[in-house]
Design a protein around this ligand. Structure first.
Ligand SMILES: NC(=O)c1ccc[n+]([C@@H]2O[C@H](COP(=O)([O-])OP(=O)(O)OC[C@H]3O[C@@H](n4cnc5c(N)ncnc54)[C@H](OP(=O)(O)O)[C@@H]3O)[C@@H](O)[C@H]2O)c1
Length: 309
């Protein structure tokens, strides 16, 4: 099968011809139709996870996928051959990935694609959608509260802004250009702050007591924490630890996205009920994933999608 893989730590991602993987117990084999780029993929490609995870080279890149179940491994009872599915490749080691014609992945991190959810959008929903939903759940915002989203223009941020709006939250979003400001306002942000300027001054002018909570998806997490009102919560997808913030009145909650079937079902339901759009800025063919990586590194407006045909 064709797949985008790396042969060594930091080696350039390139199109490979590899054997089709076989599902082990608890896994299914999926014929991939759609995927998308996440920051994790670039980190793996650069070799940043060398000491964090076992690498089985050639390592196929890609976390998100949507496609059709081709085979099921022993013990899988929730999915059947022919099911339209989407999910995230969650394994303790790196080796199988979604940027290929086929991928094996645990059924526990896969959901069925409901009628009405386009496969291209399902393929861009899994990891960033889960990170956004888990981060929003972590701060447990109440209707009428104000939440600052730092990194609102990225994939996770674009989902988070919408999920917050659906819960009746006033969103202050970061953006660094007129185009990006229009993008986050369209998603539901009531106020927008250019993070290249004096973020603290502008946020304080909008909300003198500080926002009730913040999502740390980019930028300086400790600075976000000091901006929050007493009793505030900061959810961080960037590993901000409670120890790194002196202000004991603000709760820091590290978020590790857990794209379980239940969470993926919640995301799909939000798309179907119209509260969550999957904003795809651009779509790339499988062979053009290296170009997608370069574009992702240059700044994003929502998701960069990949089609596999
Ligand atoms: N812990 C987990 O399980 C988990 C899961 C998914 C993602 N993540 C992490 O969460 C982060 C967000 O993911 P993503 O996929 O949304 O990444 P992304 O698409 O690259 O988005 C990051 C966004 O942050 C903006 N930004 C850059 N510097 C900023 C600053 N100083 N202040 C405010 N915004 C800034 C960028 O906007 P510009 O275009 O203006 O540069 C970009 O739109 C990444 O670091 C990713 O690795 C973690």
């Amino acid at each position: 099968m064709r797949a985008i893989a790396i042969d060594d730590f930091g080696a350039p991602p390139a199109l490979h011809d590899l054997p089709v993987p076989q599902p082990v117990a608890g896994e299914v084999l999926v014929r991939v139709q759609a995927s998308s780029v996440n920051g994790f993929d670039l980190s793996v490609a650069k070799g940043y996870l060398k000491d964090a995870m076992e690498h089985r080279f050639p390592v196929v890149l890609g976390k998100d996928f949507a496609g059709t179940v081709e085979a099921t491994g022993p013990g899988v009872e929730t999915l059947q051959v022919g099911d339209a599915v989407f999910g995230v490749v969650m394994k303790p080691e790196l080796g199988d990935g979604a940027f290929g014609e086929y991928v094996t992945a645990p059924a526990a991190f896969i959901a069925k694609v409901p009628a009405g959810l386009e496969v291209a959008r399902a393929g861009a929903l899994g990891l960033a959608g889960t990170a956004a939903l888990d981060a929003v759940d972590a701060i447990a915002p109440n209707s009428g509260e104000t939440v600052l989203v730092s990194g609102a223009t990225g994939g996770v941020g674009a989902f988070a802004v919408q999920l917050l709006r659906a819960r009746g939250i006033d969103v202050i979003a970061t953006a660094s250009s007129d185009e990006k400001e229009a993008f986050v306002r369209d998603l539901g942000a009531g106020n927008v702050v250019d993070y290249r300027g004096d973020l603290a001054a502008v946020v304080t002018a909008i909300r003198p007591d500080g926002p009730d909570a913040a999502l740390h998806l980019a930028g300086d997490g400790a600075a976000l924490a000091t901006l929050c009102a007493p009793g505030g919560r900061v959810a961080s997808t960037l590993g901000l630890s409670p120890d790194s913030v002196a202000d004991a009145e603000v709760q820091i909650i590290p978020v590790m996205a857990a794209p379980t079937t239940e969470t993926l079902d919640r995301l799909a339901a939000a798309v179907l009920d119209g509260t969550l759009a999957v904003p795809i800025a651009r779509t790339y063919a499988l062979a053009d994933v290296p170009q997608a990586f370069a574009d992702f590194a240059g700044g994003t407006l929502g998701k960069l999608a990949v089609t596999v045909d």
